[in-house]
Write a protein that binds this ligand. Sequence first.
Ligand code: TTP
Ligand code: MG
Ligand code: MG
Length: 397
Amino acid sequence: MLHFDMDAFFASVEQLTRPTLRGRPVLVGGLGGRGVVAGASYEARVFGARSAMPMHQARRMVGAGAVVLPPRGVVYGVASRRVLDTVRTMVPVLEQLSFDEAFGEPAELVGATAEQVEEFGARLRRRVREETGLVASVGAGSGKQIAKIASDLGKPDGLRVIRRDEEVRLLDGLPVRRLWGIGPVAEEKLHRLGIETIGQLAALSDAEAASILGATIGPALHRLARGIDDRPVVERAEAKQISAESTFPADLTTIEQLRDAVGPIAEHAQRRLERDGRGARTVTVKLKKSDMSTLTRSATLPYATGDAGTLTATARRLLLDPARSAPFAFSALAFPDSPMSGRSRCSPTSSSSSWNCPTPRCRYRNRPPTPAAGASATTSAIPTSATAGYRVPVTAW
Ligand code: TTP
Ligand code: MG
Ligand code: MG
């Protein structure tokens, strides 16, 4: 199994496209007061700057030489496709994990020696470098888990092949959290029992692992901990929709509150869109009323965009005034569609209060109620105690 992951992807694309930035500590991310670092060049990491760190902290660490840039999602998307296309010339079937990394199992490496795998990995890295100007680190091992750990160990600008006989020793010493599928909750459970390393988890019996981690995933994690990982490479369809939702502790009762509430939800979805290097054409706002019924409104832009201002403004235009309609309990915002894909299911027609969905059996087909009319129809179904306003939960999926 091979795994590649691009080195400092966002920052490297910036350095590639703006040559004066080469060799300099580049921080890509939010520039505002609460902005965080999306990507940091290795020159910036020397000072301790990392992804997900508050930008002001990273800036302070790097000092006056820091180059701080806003992310350019569309450019990273183009670079990502170029990298993937290049890798596919040598590894036709890829399982993409994010836009800068993927697994592959090239047929010509079945039964190969470690030296042959090393030669192949070096060739792959060279080709990516020549075709895209970007650096990929490559890892190889008997399964996905080990290959991903290997590419990490190879960084920066490296290649690491983990042989069968090194595998167990290497896995045993790593913290349990490094194991696929072990999140903070499982980690906490294991820590409470004094199980800190993958080796300690591997040493449990099957029954013990199942009782701690659950009968569904326990046995699978236990197998991974023992270095048994036969998961195949599976090409995935790209996610077509990026969404964010929010729940509020108290109902929202005014259009101003609702407009304010949409801001952070839209930004959250926009950041994820940007991380994927994509844009969206269709913006959907989903509102849940106090009676738990939902209302979905969409608008399709003439072009795909990743611009936060445009996406947020579009979402805000789709809102309904709670004063003129039934209160909402929940609100969600989705940016369906990758840049090139189709149109929304329900689009506002001439005005945002009148809809006519092109889909024949859609509930919004030929149904253009004004918000006020829609409101009166639904308000009657809401218990009086719940009509106070909106309560908006956030979930991301
Ligand atoms: P990573 O592959 O995790 O990181 P990286 O490519 O910057 O650095 P390296 O792999 O060499 O350690 O993520 C790829 C890109 O995803 C990264 O360049 C920026 C973006 N990203 C975020 O926006 N937020 C994050 O928290 C992380 C980890 C990455
Ligand atoms: Mg990377
Ligand atoms: Mg990555």
